[in-house]
Design a protein around this ligand. Sequence first.
Ligand code: PLP
Length: 462
Amino acid sequence: MNDTAPNPYHDLPSVDRVLADPRVAALAVERGHAPVASIAREVLETYRASIAVSPIDSPAVIEAVLARAEALRPSLRRVVNATGVIIHTNLGRAPLSLAALDAVERVSAGYSNLEFDLDAGERGTRFAHLDRVLCLLSGAEAGIAVNNNASALLLALAALCRDREVIISRGQLVEIGGGFRIPDVLRQSGATLVEVGTTNRTYVRDYAEAITERTAAILRVHSSNFRVVGFTEQAPLTALASLARERGLLLLDDLGSGALLDTRAYGLAHEPMVQESVRAGADIVLFSGDKLLGGPQAGIAVGRTEAIEAMRRHPLARAVRIDKASIAALSATLDHYAKGEAEREVPVWRMIALTADTIEGRARGWADACSGHASVEACESTVGGGSLPGESLPSFACAVDAPSGAEAFAAALRAASPPIVARIHEGRVWLDPRTVDAIEDAHVKATLVRLLAEATEANRGR
Ligand SMILES: *Cc1c(COP(=O)(O)O)cnc(C)c1O
């Protein structure tokens, strides 16, 4: 042993010393002593193993412990959506109503009659909770809700069209986002896709000519996120319904966003409504729970009793079933429509219904807080969520001229707590109050004031 050689562990702190660091101690109060001590031990162990390579000092260990604890923190959190895109898929689509949140809490905090018939005192079915209200609102004979609309489509095709052919227009072979394509779902179901027509024009006779003894259904898919303009033609649903009935086929209609209210009342183009598809004679109508319906993530199918029954009985129904929290939120959301109060209570519709005047007033309040660094500008909010492509609602934004530059300022807004997500347009940061809950106004204003002061200070120091 050479006693004069420097001890390589000299600079490595003990676990106790790491835990005594004020920042680590604060973390231990928040996250629990045992988990933080265990992280400290792990980090020290890693350093001990690599210490022969380079000396490590206390501050490096402390930083490593803090970084590791940060990485373990739950990452899903609330953000403020100042983009003006109402149904923003990246930001969690539809916010829930207060009644829906309340229902989730009541049902999830304890036990529930999820699959229990309280009258008979025996096993019931989770489908019972939504069937009646879905029928009431859509005019259909029966309804079922599953995990999301993609799974509703998969289940419908697997239960009703497996090993048979499904006819679809080439203009409706859409990608619905996230790299998710309708033809791929169709194939997964075990059904065979038969494409008819062309990208821009498909006639009823194209469908009629494609029918064989192997045909099970005609599928119409709402081209939710794009619009084909100019020389176009898609067969009307009523004509497809007649054809399907004549030839003994099923007509499935994937509406995507599935509005229950008429978007025309808000100065928008007409988004196809669930009730209209049922009335037109579709055997199954499919739509999402968290797009224009304004509820939780879910996929809903309404239609003829036998067809819905076949979906309920199919083994895939278990794999894509909806959970109790979503049933609770969905029934509370549907109840708003049943009571005729959806525009007032469902956040998505409340935001659609907001007038430009109201929004301008709020944008003015935000801009005033920016003391000369922002102005109120006319802009356009969009519905998003793959509905009403190319359509927008007139709105106003607080447009910020950030001394730090638009990119840096938008990043600083995202680093706020809760984070604020805004849009960059023509070198400025735009915040549209339409999609921001009024209770978040104070946070937006305070964050703008703080960040502008910081940015101005940093500029002066430069
Ligand atoms: C959005 C959409 C889907 C998928 O719905 P999810 O609820 O996101 O699974 C399917 N079809 C169409 C036409 C859509 O617009």
